[in-house]
Design a protein around this ligand. Structure first.
Ligand code: MRU
Length: 367
């Protein structure tokens, strides 16, 4: 679909994502217990477990250490953390407590726009009452899910029978509450019997493609090949990639896109080889306050993620090993910025949009 539809697909039949036939969301909130439940993504793909947090500071820690990660999932979790803070705040110090919590949550991961989107909204609701905060946090999670489902419905129009799709990092359902962004059209194509084929990368530094995207696709029975991060250009040269679809952590007014480090290289290669390069993201990822990607704060993570890798040894035990020359320094930017001119289109819950047309959607209230 090339025309922009401004109507969010409203009636959506849910076909939620499953783990061994059981439906899971990436994150969910138990409002009776004031607990946040998270699929522990640091355990994947070798183990599956749920982490439960009872206090907002524990939830923040889970965001920091990437128990939960991915723009939408971070956003929903941050909203729940803000709701937890509202529920646990002492009445005599309520507003101070909320302000402190807001700051603490915002400092956990600075690039993902969805985190700020959720925290701002839930904070304003919390100023009314804790109950309001909980309701708004739940609404944000629900909105994330519905938006991702709609992204799948719009994005599938870009795929053909047997399309070969390159995706970078993980923008599947684990990166959102459900369905995912970049992978949502792929799941929709699979449901329609179109037999999509996925090349998955981000094999360094955190191996999110090799670990998480591969795990998700295997669960859904979708064919894939994990490729090294530096193999994409060669595959494009071989004409083995029909389309690139990636996610986004933050998108500026001018259509510049921050996404997992390595995305920019895919976009440059795609332009060179004339392969369409799409970004899939809900509107909650768009930062209308930033004129361009130059305004973004790019998170730098621990160099340890570059110098070490973890995986299963021959006995099936999880081990972390050093792979770099001892004593050498490493640099670990988590994201890069892809200029709008390299992006063919942005697949959103409102339709597929040309990056430069984003500005016409800017009706965001200034918070
Ligand atoms: O550091 P992460 O894993 O939280 O990074 C986010 C990502 O997974 C990717 O950049 C993704 O493509 C965008 S999030 C939907």
């Amino acid at each position: 679909m090339s025309a922009v539809s401004t109507a969010i697909v409203s009636i959506l039949k849910h076909t939620p994502m499953k783990v061994k036939q059981q439906h899971y969301k990436t994150v969910w909130y138990d409002s009776k217990l004031n607990e946040v439940n998270l699929i522990d993504q640091n355990l994947l793909p070798f183990d599956f477990g749920i982490k439960t947090t009872q206090h907002y500071t524990e939830t923040v820690e889970a965001i920091k250490i990437m128990t939960v990660r991915g723009a939408g999932a971070i956003g929903a979790t941050a909203g729940f953390a803000m709701a937890q803070a509202a529920c646990e705040a002492p009445l005599e110090d309520y507003v101070n407590y909320l302000n402190q919590a807001k700051l603490t949550i915002e400092q956990s991961r600075p690039t993902a726009r969805n985190l700020f989107y959720a925290v701002d909204k839930v904070f304003l609701a919390a100023l009314q009452s804790p109950q309001n905060a909980v309701e708004v946090a739940l609404e944000i999670a629900e909105e994330d899910e519905l938006s991702c489902k709609a992204i799948g419905q719009y994005g599938v129009s870009l795929l053909n029978q047997g399309s070969r799709i390159l995706t970078h990092c993980n923008a599947g359902w684990l990166a959102f509450v459900d369905f995912g962004s970049a992978l949502s059209p792929v799941y929709e194509a699979a449901r329609r019997g179109m037999k999509p084929f996925v090349y998955a990368d981000e094999t360094r530094p955190r191996l999110q493609g090799a670990r998480l995207t591969a795990w998700e696709l295997n669960n859904e029975g979708i064919d894939l090949l994990i490729i090294p991060d530096n193999a994409a250009a060669y595959l494009m040269w071989q004409k083995k990639i029909d389309i690139v679809i990636v996610g986004a952590d933050r998108i500026a007014r001018n259509g510049d896109v921050a996404n997992k480090i390595g995305t920019l290289e895919k976009a440059i290669c795609a332009k060179h080889f004339n392969v369409p390069f799409y970004v899939a993201a809900p509107f909650s990822t768009i930062d209308f306050q930033s004129e361009s990607g130059s305004d973004f704060i790019i998170e730098e993570r621990n160099p340890n993620e570059v110098s070490h890798v973890s995986g299963l040894d021959a006995s099936g035990n999880l081990q972390e090993v050093q792979i770099t020359s001892p004593g050498s320094q490493a640099f670990n930017p988590a994201f890069d910025i892809t200029a709008a001119e390299l992006v063919t289109g942005i697949i959103t819950e409102k339709g597929i949009i040309k990056p430069l047309d984003l500005i016409s959607f800017d009706n965001s209230p200034t918070l």
